[in-house]
Write a protein that binds this ligand. Sequence first.
Ligand code: FES
Length: 117
Amino acid sequence: MPFSITFITNDGKVVSVPEKANLLRTSIREKGGIPFKCGAGICGTCKCKIEKGLENTDPIKDRERNHLTEADFAAGHRMACQTFVHGDIAVSWVPLALRPPLKPRPASVPPPSGESG
Ligand code: FES
């Protein structure tokens, strides 16, 4: 039975979905706007919050646990690329521009200078 996904952060855009579907794939196909990079549960970019209809999502995957805590899950957060939806939901997310910058990687130790053979 068809159901709807509401992309709250994209001006409340609503799309109709014919059958169980991956949330990120649907967002990409329908221009829902959920940010992403890897699409494979690695980068964490697709973190979102199921504001309504959390019961219409499938079980939490191990890959999601690499990026989200139990408190996050309790609040409705999921990784869109790892989440399948089978009924009405409404989803929001923090736009990339409003997210804190990623921590820089530790600089590699420079080679000693001023020493020669
Ligand atoms: S897009 Fe990278 S974890 Fe979902």
